[in-house]
Ligand binder design. Structure first.
Ligand SMILES: [Zn+2]
Length: 265
């Protein structure tokens, strides 16, 4: 993997901020890099959980469907392992806060995240799609309703949907499981309207998430990358802001806010 290079310059940040203010429908696509800065280990890459322990089965969803009771028992048993432990204590970092603020001032219109850690919500983000689900939620595989984990009793496994009595599953999307239709539709709808994507903490190579950024680019839109490392999409980005997202995104949001004030006054 490429070594981190020095942090984005003020000129690059200013350039990116101007592009964002010139766009009509900026959205963001975020990934594991943002979670890592909150202490959550990544799946892939050096030190990744899958690198250490091997990839989970590619047919995880089919395994779940074959025996939901056993899948739930496994889930409950794993609650304190190396992934779940950090998820429970992780807090949003300044990068999450910066994107939430960019939304709050009316600039960022939508956020697509590949992260399941709930940290964008905890930072106050409102309009978002968690394309791989949210580890704190339980979803009905029949009617698609979502529930907070605490609302669902696991005395009887698998738990039943309070609305339709369907089988409940973690909202996190397993290998082999289709992305829930409501989430996919929201992503497609917002990507179709977008003319600028801030790609933060992800190399944007995992589909379908990557496709939304590429689609905007192919239509002549702008890609702004915020990433510690050079990535596979760096060559097609209009601006690459190198550095931790927790450092680069707050600078970007501050500059956008500043320029907006100047424009409004
Ligand atoms: Zn249901």
């Amino acid at each position: 993997m490429a070594q981190p290079t020095q942090s984005a310059s003020d000129e690059q940040i200013l350039h990116a901020a101007r592009l964002i203010l010139g766009a009509s429908y900026p959205i963001a696509l975020t990934g594991a890099g943002m979670s890592v800065e909150s202490g959550i280990p990544p799946f892939r890459g050096p030190g990744g959980l899958w690198t250490k322990y091997g990839e989970p089965p590619m047919n995880g969803y089919q395994i779940f469907l074959a025996d939901p009771k056993k899948a739930w028992e496994d889930r409950i048993r794993r609650q304190n392992d190396e992934l779940w432990g950090p998820l429970k204590v992780a807090k949003p970092n300044s990068g999450h806060a910066a994107l939430a603020e960019l939304e709050a001032i009316g600039t960022l219109r939508f956020l697509i995240t590949q992260n399941v850690d709930d940290l964008h919500r905890q930072a106050g983000h409102q309009a978002l799609a968690e394309i791989h689900g949210n580890w704190k939620l339980i979803r009905c595989i029949e009617c698609g309703a979502r529930f907070a984990s605490g609302e669902i009793s696991v005395e009887k496994l698998p738990p039943e949907c309070p609305r339709c009595e369907g089988v409940l599953k973690s909202d996190t999307v397993s290998f082999g499981e289709p992305i829930p239709t409501d989430v996919l539709n929201a992503c497609m709808e917002h990507a179709a309207r977008s003319d600028l994507v801030i790609v933060a903490g992800t190399s944007a190579t995992v589909y379908p998430a990557a496709g939304f950024a590429l689609e905007v680019k192919q239509r002549g839109g702008i890609l702004i990358e915020a990433n510690l490392y050079e990535s596979e999409i760096t060559p097609i980005c209009d601006v690459s802001l190198r550095g931790p997202t927790g450092e680069v995104l707050p600078r970007l949001t501050a500059t956008v806010s500043e320029l907006r004030k100047t424009k409004l006054s």
